[in-house]
Write a protein that binds this ligand. Structure first.
Ligand code: FAD
Length: 512
């Protein structure tokens, strides 16, 4: 994290370059920040009236913040932590006790934890945390789980990358790990990491996460931002960019990347009909949108063909306000329920949303389409249907406080006697969020360097050692900035090797 940041700050450009960046999510803002730190002149063009993309949030008519996603920061996010330091906003991270909290499946309302003992170094702290938990796995099961994971610690990334062809479930069967581990641990991990079920998720994702988290003592320690992300995180990024001579424009959708005869970018055509000319161009759009922007002259190139293999996964973020304070847990909870992934009572965990009297649960609803697992296409259901189904899950998580009562549907103005009543809800559907990390996808993530001389890619889905995450977005943007900083010095960062079968497929492809 720090080394690259220092390189940017120490840089004096040969010729300061103007850089047009499409997309004002974390990745586009990160690219712009580090380019402006390096003496270049970036301008961010964000389509929507707010910055942040998947971390964007807005206020409803009551003044309540509605977030695109419940977001957790981990100790093992080196580039993100470095960014908070640089922006001098470290105090905005609300670190929670170092543990993981899982709802018990057989015991409604009960929780069990992985507790991390201070002073025990990684990865032994994680091993010990699991061994000490008596409720989830038997000692025999714990011992059966360890051997297949050891090569990861010894061989590292090579072993991890080789497992990309296997789903989590296939990996477990191959190495004889007990089925119950799937039920007890991997389902909640898969849903938290990529909003999908373990029979869909690539094992590389789980191993990458474990490897990143286990290499640092505090890797799995979690923090909540102290308020909404646009003001508390995107705004200081914007200020840093502008202080160093860059610009950030919202409500500026790009319509088309227009190319010259030789395939290089000529200009950006904006939706309002204007054109943007710059020395360098960066796309920091999500993968599904970028696909539609690939100019015709690039579309037969294997480098851009591979992007077709990546696809965003749907996810739904819920906010549910109750008429009273539920049993307070000042942490993220792994629901281990069929319909939900993680959730938190934001009225307890987050300063800006703090309320002593009433709870506001923020919940991630996943998997929510057959692509992600299960067989219900939740993303197409109405908000009321989604909230109603969620109440059933909450009745199990809060058995003494919440009841699902068909006589009083969750969204009605009354609730069951003596139980908490839902006073308000907000449903945010993200039909295409992070790319679906199903088996075999990792190799298709393109490098930030592209075959096009004046065009660079950023985004959480580009090739970098973190998954589709906030850390991945920050790092992807940083690597894109490095491509441009190096190019200005006559150094060309290599393209990521493209697999032969992509070339073969591309040869078969005939442009429309
Ligand atoms: P995006 O945020 O998608 O940004 C792309 C931007 O490009 C958007 O602002 C979009 O409006 C803009 N754009 C698109 N088209 C155009 C155009 N034509 N012209 C101009 N602009 C355009 N990550 C974690 O690390 N921890 C978590 O706990 C976590 N939880 C999550 C929960 C949910 C529900 C979701 C949805 C995501 C979560 N993530 C989490 C993932 C994280 O939010 C993303 O990985 C990250 O924010 C992606 O950043 P990005 O900049 O690559 O893409």
């Amino acid at each position: 994290g720090e080394a690259l940041s220092s390189k940017f700050k120490a840089n004096t450009p040969t010729t300061p370059k103007t850089v047009a960046i499409i997309g004002g999510g974390l990745s586009g803002l990160s690219a712009a920040k580090y380019l402006s730190d390096s003496g270049h002149i970036p301008t961010v063009y964000e389509a929507r009236p707010i910055l942040g993309g998947k971390v964007s949030a807005w206020q409803d008519s009551d003044g309540d913040w509605i977030e695109t996603g419940l977001h957790i920061f981990f100790g093992a996010y080196p580039n993100m932590m470095n960014l908070f330091n640089e922006l001098n906003i470290n105090d905005r991270l609300q670190w929670k006790v170092h543990k993981m909290i899982f709802a018990m499946q057989e015991l409604p309302g009960e929780f069990t934890t992985f507790d991390f003992i201070p002073g025990i170094p990684a990865p032994f702290n994680f091993g010990l945390a699991i061994l000490m938990n008596q409720k989830m796995l038997t000692l025999g099961e714990k011992l059966q789980t360890a051997p297949p994971l050891l090569p990861m610690l010894i061989e590292g990334q090579d072993f991890i990358d080789r497992q990309d062809e296997l789903s989590v479930t296939e990996f477990m069967r191959k190495y004889g790990m007990p089925e119950r581990i799937n039920r007890e641990v991997f389902i909640s991990m898969a849903k938290a990491l990529d909003f999908i079920d373990p029979d869909k998720l690539s094992m590389t994702v789980v191993l990458t996460a474990m490897n990143r988290f286990l290499n640092e003592d505090n890797g799995l320690q979690m923090a909540f931002l102290d308020g909404n992300q646009p003001e508390r995180l995107c705004e200081p990024m914007k200020q840093s960019i502008e202080k160093n001579g860059g610009k950030v424009h919202v409500s500026s959708p790009c319509k088309e990347i227009v190319t010259n005869e030789d395939g290089t970018v000529k200009h950006l055509l904006m939706r309002d009909g204007s054109t943007v000319v710059a020395d360098e161009y960066v796309s920091a759009m999500p993968v599904d949108i970028f696909k539609r922007f690939i100019p015709k002259t690039w579309s037969t190139m294997p480098f851009f063909r591979q992007v077709d293999e990546l696809e965003g996964i749907p996810v739904i973020n819920l906010h549910m306000w109750f008429d009273r304070k539920l049993k307070a847990v000042d942490h993220l909870c792994f629901s281990r329920s069929p319909l939900l992934s993680v959730y938190a009572d934001m009225s307890t965990t987050c300063k800006e949303y703090y309320d002593e009297e009433k709870s506001m649960l923020e919940l991630v609803f996943a998997p929510c389409s057959p692509l992600a697992g299960g067989n219900v296409n939740w993303i197409a259901k109405s908000d009321e249907q989604i909230i109603d189904a969620t109440m059933g899950e909450l009745a199990r998580l809060f058995p003494t406080e919440i009841a699902k009562d068909d006589k009083w549907p969750a969204t009605s103005k009354q609730g069951p006697q003596g139980k908490a009543r839902l006073t308000k809800f907000a449903v945010v559907k993200v039909p295409r969020s992070v790319y679906a990390a199903i088996p075999g996808r990792n190799k298709y993530r393109p490098s930030q360097t592209t075959p096009i001389e004046n065009f660079t890619l950023a985004g959480d889905w580009t090739s970098q050692k973190f998954l589709g995450s906030m850390e991945g977005a920050i790092l992807g943007g940083k690597l894109a900035a490095e491509v441009i900083v190096d190019k200005d010095k006559g150094i060309r960062k290599p393209l990521k090797e493209i697999q032969q079968h992509i070339v073969d497929n591309a040869a078969k492809f005939t442009p429309k």
